[in-house]
Structure formats: structure tokens, C-alpha cells
Design a binder for this molecule. Structure first.
Ligand code: HEM
Length: 142
């Protein structure tokens, strides 16, 4: 579980990330689609999957805003992600293994954008936070 120090590290880097939601989200989503091409199957209804795509920007912002919601409910991530879990499980039918893939590209993008903040302690905290979000998103699959 996240320690108090982890939570403070997550809140601290997220105070910077949330203001750049569209840019960071587009970078993380486009990087997932390019580096892990099997994930493209879920976005076949998008006309452009590149980082310049308007659809990727709109959706990237939604992803980061959902994570901001998780940060704002860091002691009840499962509750905060409940509706999104239902949607990914039953409507979108996303293989939950992919949550790890997107978590990875979000981590990489945070490291690129905020190199001075990205200490090993912050790296650990964000990795644990994204793992908790992924676990919460997988909740409704069972
Ligand atoms: C939709 C968040 C992971 C595929 C959404 C929405 C949000 C979201 C907020 C919009 C839901 C709505 O409109 O009600 C997240 C978060 C993730 C995650 C926080 C993990 C950190 C993934 C992964 C995939 C995926 C790994 C597939 C590889 C989709 C698709 C949609 C969607 C296809 C619908 C997009 C559209 O039609 O524009 N997600 N998601 N998601 N998600 Fe996720």
C-alpha cells in the first residue's frame, strides 16, 4: 500500500501534471499505441493514432483527469475508479493486462516532462499509485 510519503510524492508531481493533462495524456496514449502496437485494436475507430491526433488529445486529457480524480481520492482509489472499471470491463472489454502498459508509458512521460522531480522515491511512489489504479480498474472484471 501507499505510505504517507508515497502519497505526498504522488500529490507533489501531480500538482504539476494535472495542469498539463491534455499534453501529457496525448503523449502517454500515443506512446502506448506506437510502442505496444497490439493496443491499437481498441482504437480502430480513431482516424489518426499519432500524437498530433485531435482524438488522441481529447482522450489523453480524459485519462489524466481520471488519474487526478484518483489522486484526489487517494485513500479510496477503488471507489473513485468503480464506474470506469465497469466501463472498461463490460462495455469496452479492454484486456486488463493493458493497464500495466499504459501505466508504463504514463511513468515514462512523467519522467520526460519532470526530470528534476523524478527522483527514485518519486518513481517508486508513482509506480505504486499506478499499480493501485490498475488494480482498481480491474475490479469489475470478476
Ligand atoms: C475510455 C481512463 C486504460 C481503452 C476511457 C475513459 C476514461 C479512461 C476516463 C472515458 C470513459 C467515458 O467516456 O465514460 C483510463 C485510465 C486507464 C485506462 C485511467 C489506465 C490508467 C485503458 C487501456 C485501454 C483503454 C489500457 C486499451 C489499451 C479505452 C477505450 C476507451 C476508453 C477504447 C473509449 C475511447 C473512445 O471511444 O474515445 N478510459 N483508461 N483504456 N479507454 Fe481507458
Amino acid at each position: 500500500p501507499l505510505t504517507d510519503a508515497d502519497k505526498n510524492h504522488v500529490r507533489s508531481i501531480w500538482s504539476k501534471a494535472s495542469g498539463k493533462a491534455e499534453e501529457l495524456g496525448a503523449q502517454a496514449l500515443a506512446r502506448m499505441l506506437e510502442a505496444f502496437p497490439n493496443t491499437k485494436t481498441y482504437f480502430s475507430h480513431y482516424s489518426d493514432l499519432s500524437v498530433k491526433s485531435g482524438q488522441v488529445h481529447v482522450h489523453g486529457k480524459k485519462i489524466i483527469d481520471a488519474l487526478t480524480d484518483a489522486v484526489n481520492h487517494i485513500d479510496d482509489i477503488t471507489g473513485a475508479m468503480s464506474a470506469l472499471s465497469t466501463k472498461h470491463a463490460h462495455t469496452l472489454r479492454v484486456d486488463p493486462a493493458n493497464f500495466k502498459t499504459l501505466s508504463h508509458t504514463i511513468l515514462v512521460v512523467l519522467a520526460i516532462y519532470f526530470p528534476a522531480d523524478f527522483t527514485p522515491e518519486v518513481h517508486l511512489a508513482i509506480d505504486k499509485f499506478l499499480a493501485e489504479v490498475s488494480y482498481a480498474l480491474a475490479e469489475k472484471y470478476r
